[in-house]
Design a protein around this ligand. Structure first.
Ligand SMILES: [Zn+2]
Ligand SMILES: [Zn+2]
Length: 354
């Protein structure tokens, strides 16, 4: 049984953004938990529908999903957060239940979560360059990233005396203030509590009342094989300190061009000079791949300049299972710069014979 995101929403892989959205709305209406109270199966289905939509509605996530395949993509997602080295997962991974619901609520006209308006989540975006070889094999790279631990001064409570936060007196805990003349009202996030609805009595100086002590430290990040320029990895807790603790660091991959292999999607291209005798009579040529491993490629007889030879499975990892694209070898001919007397004689004979 296929349970990929497309079949969950009942759409084809070529569905447009509008079609994806439409299918999602239809499925949500049919499977909304309010309609099927207590039905565990429909609740499950509802979760799956949302999971599918959260991925497919986002171009970046969708292309990662298409590239990696259902199984791999979900595995990456679920590995995020628990991994010892920074817990990367494909961008948009840890889409919390809250996000899913705020999305649905806004669709049903419930209005969003006004408490968090104006608050900052601490998410940041960083670009990182990697070599084509690392994109081919996957890699562990060390990066200096923001790292946060609970403040030793206040134990993470933000209050120097470790007192629990109290309701913000400026906004009465609502997180926003309303200014106006009763006719035109403007709702603004509360400045005193920054939209949190709560304040601490004795702000901790050690952590600036954030509850965290931040530094920069070396973090080992796993780069999955097959990544492309534009792929975003998310490292939870390595963003900046937001109003609700450390945010997520989105790491955008930039794959550097290689001067031997040219990447086009899942395929690689290489131009190889072959010996003119091998080009005529056929032979073998040795190629050293991006991972340093070498292999032989058969040259067919009477191989012309510019012939494109396809070497199956030697392209880039596609991220779909253990599949690889193709390597295309484009031939050019290498002519000898020196000829012995004997060689010249033979070639003259060859000329006379033709
Ligand atoms: Zn503190
Ligand atoms: Zn307030």
């Amino acid at each position: 049984m296929t349970t990929d995101y497309y079949s969950t929403l009942g759409i084809s892989k070529n569905a447009t953004t509008a079609e994806i959205k439409k299918a999602y709305h239809k499925q949500v209406k049919e499977n909304h938990p309010d309609k099927n109270k207590g039905d565990v199966k429909s609740e499950e289905k509802f979760k799956k529908i949302n999971e599918a939509y959260q991925t497919l509605k986002d171009d970046n996530k969708k292309s990662a999903y298409d590239r990696m395949g259902h199984g791999n993509y979900r595995q990456q997602e679920s590995h995020g957060g628990q991994s010892q080295h920074g817990g990367f997962h494909q961008a948009g991974g840890g889409q919390g239940f809250e996000d899913v619901f705020s999305d649905i609520f806004s669709q049903f006209g419930f209005g969003g979560n006004s408490r968090n308006q104006g608050s900052e989540n601490g998410d940041i975006l960083r670009r990182v360059n990697i070599s084509l070889a690392d994109a081919y094999s996957g890699a562990e790279i060390d990066l200096n990233l923001p790292t946060h631990k609970k403040c030793t001064g206040c134990g993470g409570t933000k209050d120097a005396k470790r007192k629990p936060p109290t309701t913000c007196s400026a906004c009465g805990g609502k997180g926003f203030t309303v200014a106006g003349n009763g006719f035109f009202n403007v709702k603004q996030p509360c400045r005193t509590c920054r939209g949190q609805g709560r304040t601490v009595e004795n702000p901790c100086r050690k952590c600036n009342a954030t509850g965290y002590e931040s530094s920069t430290s070396k973090v080992s990040v796993s780069i999955p094989k097959g990544v492309e320029t534009g792929t975003r990895l998310s490292l939870s807790e390595h963003g900046e300190i937001g109003d609700n603790g450390p945010g997520t660091l989105y790491l955008e991959i930039q794959v550097e061009p290689n001067n031997i292999f040219d990447r086009r999607g899942d395929d690689l291209f290489i131009t190889k000079k072959i010996n003119f005798i091998d080009a005529i009579l056929g032979g073998y040529i040795n190629i050293t791949h991006l991972d340093g491993k070498t292999f032989n490629v058969k040259i067919p007889e009477r191989c012309q300049v510019g012939t494109k030879l396809r070497i199956k499975g030697k392209g880039m990892p596609t991220g779909r299972g253990d599949n690889y694209g193709n390597l295309w070898m484009i031939t050019s001919i290498e002519l000898p710069s020196k000829l012995s007397k004997k060689q010249t004689k033979i070639l003259k004979e060859f000329k006379d014979a033709s």
